[in-house]
Write a protein that binds this ligand. Structure first.
Ligand code: C2E
Ligand code: CA
Ligand code: CA
Ligand code: CA
Length: 279
C-alpha cells in the first residue's frame, strides 16, 4: 500500500467517477444550453486575394457556460457527437447562420458566403436534408451563399454516403468544402468523384511554413492538384507575414487565420466587415 493508504485502483476509480460525473453534468448543462441562450456563433473571415471585396466567413459555435465560462468547441462538439445532441446543436448553428445572413442583407448590398461545419453524426442523420431545406427556405436565403464544411477523414470513412449527400446538397444549390484537408490520406480518384467546390488545407501543414520543406512540398502539391481539378483552395491557420507571402506566391487565393482576423462577433463583422483587412 502507498503512504496515502490508497492503491492504484482506488485512484483510478476516483478518477473515473470524477470524469463520469463531470460528463453527466456537462451533458445536462448542454441540454439546458440548447434550450437557452448560452450557445452562440462567432465568425472568422476568409480573405480572398483575387477579390478582396468578396466577404466570406466560417461560422464557429461557442458555448458560454454560466459557471465554467467559455468551453472550447473541440470539447463540447465531441461530447455532443457522442450523446447525439449534435443534431439539435447543428440545427441551431444553421439557424443562427441564417439570422446572420438576414442581418447582413439588411446592412449590405454585396453578397456574403457563410461556411457551416457538419459533423459525422449529422451526415448520417436521415432528416439532415429536409432540416436544412426547411431552415434555409424559412429565411429565404440563397443556397449559393452557404458552404458546408466536412472534414476529409469523415468523408473518407463514408465515401458512398458522402457522395450521395454531396450530390443532393449540390442539387439544392449549396457549396461543399472539404475541411482539414491533408490529414485524411484521400486519393485523387476519390476527390475527382466527389462534387467538391473547396479544399481547406489543414493548418498543421501551414504552421511550419515557410521553413519546413516537406510541408512546402505538400502544400504546393495540394494547390496545384486543386487547380487542375478546378477546386478552390483555402489555407487555414495563416498566422505570419511569411506564410501569407509564400501562399500568395504558390497561388493559394483564399486565406484564413489569426494573421488577418480572429473569430469575432456577428455584429462586429456586420458593422465593419473589411476592417480586418484594411488595418
Ligand atoms: P475547424 O472547423 O477546423 O475550425 C477552425 C479552427 O481553427 C477554429 O477553432 C478557429 O478559431 C481556429 N483558427 C483559425 N485561425 C487560426 C490560426 O491562425 N491559428 C490557430 N492556431 N487557430 C486558428 P475553434 O473555433 O476552436 O473550433 C475548433 C473546431 O470545433 C473546429 O475546427 C470544428 O471542427 C469544431 N466546430 C466549431 N464549430 C462547430 C460547429 O458549429 N459544428 C461542428 N460540427 N463543429 C464545429
Ligand atoms: Ca471548419
Ligand atoms: Ca479546419
Ligand atoms: Ca479541425
Amino acid at each position: 500500500a502507498k503512504a496515502n493508504g490508497k492503491d492504484g485502483f482506488e485512484h483510478y476509480s476516483d478518477n473515473v467517477g470524477h470524469m463520469l460525473r463531470r460528463r453527466l453534468q456537462m451533458t445536462s448543462d448542454l441540454s439546458k444550453a440548447l434550450k437557452g441562450k448560452e450557445l452562440f456563433l462567432d465568425v472568422q473571415p476568409k480573405l480572398n486575394l483575387r477579390d478582396s471585396r468578396a466577404f466570406s466567413v466560417e461560422a464557429l459555435a461557442r458555448w458560454r457556460h454560466s459557471k465554467l465560462g467559455l468551453i472550447p468547441p473541440d470539447e463540447f462538439i465531441a461530447l455532443a457527437e457522442e450523446t447525439g445532441q449534435i443534431l439539435d446543436l447543428g440545427r441551431q448553428v444553421l439557424t443562427k447562420a441564417m439570422e446572420f445572413i438576414v442581418d447582413w442583407r439588411a446592412a449590405h448590398t454585396s453578397s456574403l458566403s457563410v461556411a457551416v461545419n457538419l459533423s459525422a453524426k449529422q451526415l448520417h442523420d436521415k432528416n439532415l436534408l429536409s432540416d436544412i431545406a426547411l431552415i434555409v427556405s424559412h429565411y429565404e436565403v440563397d443556397p449559393s451563399w452557404i458552404e458546408f464544411e466536412i472534414t476529409e477523414s469523415v468523408v473518407m470513412d463514408n465515401v458512398e454516403s458522402s457522395l450521395r449527400l454531396f450530390n443532393a446538397l449540390k442539387k439544392m444549390g449549396f457549396r461543399i468544402a472539404i475541411d482539414d484537408f491533408g490529414t485524411g490520406y484521400s486519393s485523387l480518384s476519390y476527390l475527382n468523384k466527389l462534387p467538391i467546390d473547396i479544399l481547406k488545407i489543414d493548418r498543421s501543414f501551414i504552421a511550419q511554413l515557410p521553413d519546413n520543406q516537406d510541408d512546402l512540398a505538400i502544400v504546393s502539391a495540394i494547390i496545384s492538384m486543386a487547380k487542375s481539378l478546378n477546386i478552390e483552395v483555402v489555407a487555414e491557420g495563416v498566422e505570419t507575414e511569411g506564410q501569407y507571402q509564400l501562399l500568395g506566391e504558390l497561388g493559394c487565393e483564399q486565406l484564413q487565420g489569426y494573421y488577418f482576423a480572429k473569430p469575432g462577433s456577428l455584429q462586429d463583422y456586420i458593422q465593419k466587415p473589411w476592417s480586418f483587412w484594411q488595418d
